[in-house]
Design a protein around this ligand. Structure first.
Ligand SMILES: Cc1ncc(COP(=O)(O)O)c(C=O)c1O
Length: 400
């Protein structure tokens, strides 16, 4: 007999929603505020405490978070550096802000942009005005924050971390492990709380920063560019405005990137589980590492960098040429065994939109990483038995 545990479909990632999460959202539905209510600030404060950030601006999604962050640079027409192995949203956010993108290569075995690949990208961008770099914390592992901060300082560019995968991760600096989001080695740090992320609001994002001016600007841009604080009104408004309770001023054409109280209530409830989710994922990662070890060097996990990641993805590198199977066939065979998998990511420099805009380029590290990568199931309610089931299915598939 096949038990439920052996037969349930394991997607590459999924949300872990419990009864108290449902109750938290239902309480908001029964209350007075569906949006622009008290849950927004409550969630922002709680995130600030969790990651040690001075200012947190929550918004509609991670792409909006990156876009808001880049808008505060006031640098349309400038160039930003984006690693090629990332979700398209990282580069698209720059385009939304009117910026151009130079893609950086990544380490072929970790998928992360490094100090060396950033320097090379900056060389390729010589002659342009480079305003920012967007390091991506792929899979929950972190980029070398101190090295990147030093390069950014030298080149006078802003660091906007795309830490969509790394909420709850910590990176090494100054002899400590520092929470991603504290913005100690970046000007701004963007998170995504999409359904499959480390914690979820269904859809949601946030920017963390130590800069109060940037935070205020992002709050205004999130709500159309509307200002209600009389201290910031301009000379151009109508007469008697101080006495008008409905009065507001539009200071710039912003966006509707607001988030609802429903989403923030879910985010708050999920945030309380961050440490448990981290431990659950760590246990699964340890089981995968042990169960897959006999498959080396054909299959091996991505290179581990220093730090304490909140594992968002469990990505392995497979030498498909040696296995004699294509990646598509391996994925199909796993699916037949009730196991989902995914590829993170098709290098963004190869996407037609960017090829058309910037021409065809080759980034050897990104291409080599892409050729071999496969993300196996990882989510907080998975068990070590699930990981062993996946490893044994992969063994069978590759042996066949
Ligand atoms: C690396 C990375 N950046 C940005 C985003 C965009 O986040 P969202 O889907 O919340 O807009 C994602 C989400 O998938 C991501 O994985």
């Amino acid at each position: 007999m096949v038990s439920d545990a052996q037969s349930r479909f394991l997607p590459y990632g999924r949300q872990t929603i419990e009864d108290d999460d449902v109750a938290a959202v239902a309480a908001v539905l029964r209350g007075d505020w569906l949006t622009t209510g008290p849950a927004i600030e409550a969630f922002e404060s709680a995130v600030g405490v969790a990651v040690g950030a001075r200012h947190v601006v929550v918004c509609a999604n991670g792409t909006a978070a990156l876009h808001l962050a880049l808008e505060t640079l006031d640098a349309p027409g400038s160039t930003v550096i984006v690693p090629s192995v990332t979700f398209v949203a990282t580069a698209n956010a720059a385009r939304h802000a009117g910026m151009e993108v130079v893609f950086a290569d990544v380490d072929p075995n970790s998928g992360l942009m490094t100090a060396a690949t950033l320097e090379k990208a900056l060389d390729r961008a010589k002659g342009r005005v480079v305003s920012a770099v967007l390091p991506v914390d792929l899979g929950g592992q972190t980029t070398d924050k101190t090295a990147i901060a030093e390069i950014a300082l030298r080149h006078r560019i802003t660091v906007v971390d795309d830490s969509s995968h790394a909420f709850g991760s910590r990176y090494p600096a100054d002899g400590e492990l520092i929470p991603v989001g504290s913005a100690r080695h970046a000007d701004m740090v963007a998170f995504s709380f999409h359904a499959v992320k480390n914690i979820t609001m269904a859809e949601g994002g946030a920017v963390c920063t130590s800069n109060a001016v940037r935070a205020e600007r992002m709050r205004r841009l999130r709500h159309h560019g509307i200002e209600r604080d009389g201290a910031r009104f301009t000379a151009g408004g109508i007469d008697d405005r101080g006495a008008l309770p409905w009065y507001y001023e539009l200071l710039e054409a912003g966006f509707n990137y607001r988030v609802t109280d429903l989403q923030c209530a879910l985010g708050l409830s999920q945030l309380a589980k961050l440490n448990r989710f981290r431990e659950q994922r760590n246990a699964v990662v340890r089981s995968y590492d042990a169960a897959l070890a006999p498959l080396a060097p054909l299959v091996r996990p991505v290179t581990r960098v220093a730090g304490a990641p909140f594992w968002h993805l469990y990505a392995v590198l497979i030498d498909f040429a040696q296995t004699g199977m294509t990646r598509a066939n391996v994925m199909r065979a796993l699916r037949e065994r009730g196991i989902g998998s995914q590829v993170h990511y098709i290098p963004v420099h190869t996407q037609p939109y960017y090829v058309e805009r910037y021409g065809r380029t080759s980034l050897a590290g990104a291409d080599a990483y892409y050729e071999r990568t496969l993300s196996l199931p990882l989510f907080s309610s998975m068990t070590s038995d699930d990981a062993e089931r996946v490893a044994s299915a992969l063994r069978d598939v590759l042996a066949a």
